[in-house]
Design a protein around this ligand. Structure first.
Ligand code: MOS
Length: 742
């Protein structure tokens, strides 16, 4: 039986739920020290003095690192950027006295225990010289400018040039929509907080347990920043307790942990606390405007989508916010704009469907508004503007089953039972609303390596440095490898999360299955060939005439399919190889020339039912269905979990999550899980995900597009649209607050 396509439970599930799985902040080493980071309490200025004397006198305090006594590092003269760095100059902890954002790390206290370090940090006396600063996007839009170009622009293209004449077409259109949208700030709050444990070993070798989405990215960062050789630094991330983009870039606790370990020649763990999770990157607040002009039958003829987002003073973080609108809706006259406002904040950071979930909220809200103006069903309006081709980039889609998403989603949801009139549906004293929205997310593939091994003990093993951030990578890669040998997942060991294993990209952008999966396929095929070649050469010649088509791999041997009595055992193959493992490593490089001829994207349609209690301003998402077309689904169970999790996050975006900033102090106020609202079980009702069949022979050999991010994209607009249907109130900002509905 084929293993891909099976709903196999997570292979590491038991380890995780029993607490046996260890995370970056849980590894212990003999004589290990603990670091606690001190963060600035001003938004901009200079550190004049850090009085460390009384803190140093506390028994158990070993050292306090500041910009004054930090080691001199090559990095501080030469600029090294990580694999996910936007254009600009990366933030360098403890570089000098300059404070560029509130909560910037300015010192590290190292002590015998975490509690001692934290207490000592609390009594450090810091004197600042403050400077004027600006942290508010809305009052600084005059500073908007075009983003700098850089490597990141390759994966995150800026908007295309205008087409046709938007102004004229909009002016002449029968129906017109012009609306502004606001998407608030969100901060990463995975369950596991960021932590790094650096084991300092004989001769200065480092084994680093880091919370990261890229072991190789962290390893290269440490080597470049600290001037260490690749052989001396190993970064390991066996388990990651959620990351969602927060671990794409090396974070400052990695720098702090390695700095202290190399200076003190001791093992050091640095763990951030929940408040510090608000100090290193966020989904940027974004102001948008969408203008749509349409004919009476609903054809969108004029489309303008403009976005303004914030970035730091030192890097230009960009997202793809507006491009999606034209890929979804093929208007003849389009104008897309995207600009940045540099502020005195830390650089924003990718967060689940970065840009897509922000921009699609605006376009899908605007489309909903247009449907009411035209007196059309919102789903019908999408179908009128449906495009089989990506008109924006003048390319065919590699595959696009969005129409099926609409059809199957609507049917399962019972969309046809909707009374189009706002405020017309009720349940008791509550208003009921149905809303829908479209989702889109790109399908990227990047180069990756994998190794396939017949181990000395006769087991098939596959290795890659890739992490599993909780998405099910271990399980899915094991399934992919198992199919290449026609074996069961029990017969394969997949090792991962270790920079010593073959090179893998950072795990993000929903490209892990397509990228690492492709390398796994190549490595397994190569090992099959290698093993058969060796078997054919063996003394008894039993497989000398065999080829890949005439054999099959069993748990412990290669057999001739037609005559299973003829076989060569793995034990014999290993014995013939002097008892050593037989290995092969392969690189998968996407065929850029072929791929660039197509637009590759996953699509979705979300259908949502809300109940609104107008007396209390409370919204409940009582039912939601997301239908997704994302090519081949390797594991329907882990994929469904990704989808349901994303839908919960969509509910969170629409109704809960928001970091509140006070621009008088330049600081975030609600830096804890009591005031940074997340949905709880009582907020989550019936959620369902449908995978629509989609055959894609172009994206990669697996035909799989990735489903990590697509599930979040359509949820927030579908909820906002359902709220309009329930109440007649069009709310164009996220999250939607209680007071918006009173
Ligand atoms: Mo991805 S932004 O790492 O969820």
């Amino acid at each position: 039986m084929k293993q891909t396509g099976q709903p196999i439970s997570r292979l590491e599930g038991t380890l995780k739920v029993t607490g046996a799985a260890r995370y970056a902040g849980e590894f212990k080493h003999e004589g290990m020290l603990y670091g606690y980071v001190v963060n600035s309490t001003i938004a901009k200025g200079k550190v004049i003095r850090i009085d460390t004397e009384s803190a140093k006198r506390i028994p158990g305090v070993i050292e306090i690192f500041t910009h004054e006594n930090r080691p001199s590092l090559a990095w501080f003269d030469m600029q090294y950027s990580d694999m996910d760095a936007p254009p600009g100059s990366p933030f360098r902890p403890l570089y000098d006295a300059q404070v560029s954002y509130y909560d910037q790390p300015i010192a590290l206290v190292v002590a015998e225990t975490f509690e001692t370090a934290r207490y000592a940090a609390s009594i450090l006396h810091v004197k600042y010289e403050e400077e004027a600063f600006h942290t508010d996007l809305k009052t600084n839009i005059g500073k908007a400018r075009d983003p700098q170009l850089g490597m990141a622009t390759l994966l995150k293209p800026l908007p295309p040039k205008p087409k046709g004449d938007f102004d004229q077409a909009f002016e002449e259109a029968d129906a017109q929509i012009s609306s502004a949208y606001w998407h608030g700030t969100e901060h990463h709050n995975p369950m596991e907080m960021h932590a790094t444990t650096t084991f300092y070993e004989e001769g200065g070798k480092l084994t680093i347990f880091d919370k990261t989405q890229g072991t190789v990215n962290s390893m290269l960062y440490v080597c470049n920043v600290f001037g260490l050789s690749f052989g001396d630094v190993r970064v390991v991330a066996p388990y990651v307790g959620g990351a969602f983009g927060s671990g794409l870039r090396p974070q400052y606790q990695l720098f702090m942990s390695v700095m202290a370990a190399t200076q003190l020649k001791r093992s050091v763990r640095v763990t951030l606390d929940r408040e510090q999770m608000f100090s290193f990157g966020h989904r940027p607040p974004t102001l948008q405007r969408v203008r749509l002009g349409a004919t009476p039958d609903g054809t969108v003829t004029a489309l303008n989508h403009a976005a303004l987002a914030e970035t730091s003073q030192y890097e230009d973080y960009t997202e793809v916010v507006v491009n999606w609108s034209h890929i979804l809706y093929p208007a003849k006259n389009t104008q897309l704009d995207y600009q940045l406002v540099p502020l005195d904040i830390h650089t924003p950071l990718d967060m689940r469907a970065p840009g897509g979930s922000t921009g699609v909220f605006a376009i899908e809200s605007a489309m909903d508004e247009l449907s009411y103006q035209l007196n059309m069903d919102p789903l019908e309006l999408r179908l009128v503007n449906y495009s089989e081709r990506d008109v924006a980039q003048d390319k065919p889609f590699s595959s696009k089953e969005l129409r099926e998403c609409y059809r199957q989603g609507a049917e399962k949801f019972g969309w046809s039972a909707r009374n189009p009139e706002p405020r017309s549906m009720k349940r008791g004293h509550k208003l009921v609303g149905y809303g829908m929205a479209t989702g889109i997310w790109e399908c990227m593939t990047v180069p990756s390596r994998a190794e396939a091994v017949l181990s000395a003990s006769g087991r098939i093993e596959v290795n890659s440095a890739v992490t599993d951030i909780g998405t099910g990578t271990l399980t899915v890669m094991t399934q992919i490898a198992a199919d290449e040998f026609g074996l069961s997942t029990d017969d394969i060991t997949f090792s991962y999360g270790d920079s010593d294993l073959p090179l893998a990209p950072i795990q993000g952008g929903s490209f892990t299955v397509s990228s690492v999966g492709s390398a796994v396929v190549k490595a397994c095929q190569s090992l099959r060939k290698k093993l058969l070649k060796r078997a054919a050469r063996m003394e008894n010649f039993s497989l000398s005439q065999a080829n890949q088509a005439s054999i099959r791999f069993e748990k412990d041997r290669i057999v001739l399919s037609d005559d299973p009595a003829i076989s060569v055992s793995y034990a014999d193959l290993i014995a013939d190889h002097n008892g050593k493992a037989i290995k092969t490593t392969k690189t998968s490089i996407p065929n850029a020339f072929k791929l660039k001829k197509y637009t590759r994207a996953a699509h979705s349609a979300a259908f949502v039912e809300v109940e609104v209690d107008e007396e209390l301003g409370i919204v409940n998402v009582t039912r939601a269905i997301t239908a997704v077309a994302a090519g081949k689904i390797v594991n329907p169970k882990t994929a469904r979990s990704q989808l349901i999790g994303s839908m919960v996050w969509g509910i969170s975006k629409a109704l809960r999550e928001e970091t509140i900033s006070d621009s008088r102090f330049g600081k975030y106020l609600n830096r804890n899980l009591a005031e940074y609202h997340l949905p709880v079980h009582a907020d989550i009702h019936e959620l369902d995900a449908i995978f629509v069949d989609e055959d894609d022979t172009i994206v990669n050999p697996l035909g799989s597009k990735g489903i990590g991010e697509i599930g979040i994209v359509a949820m927030a607009p579908a909820i906002a649209n359902a709220i309009f249907h329930a109440t007649g109130k069009r709310i164009n900002h996220l999250p939607i607050h209680v007071e918006d509905l009173l």
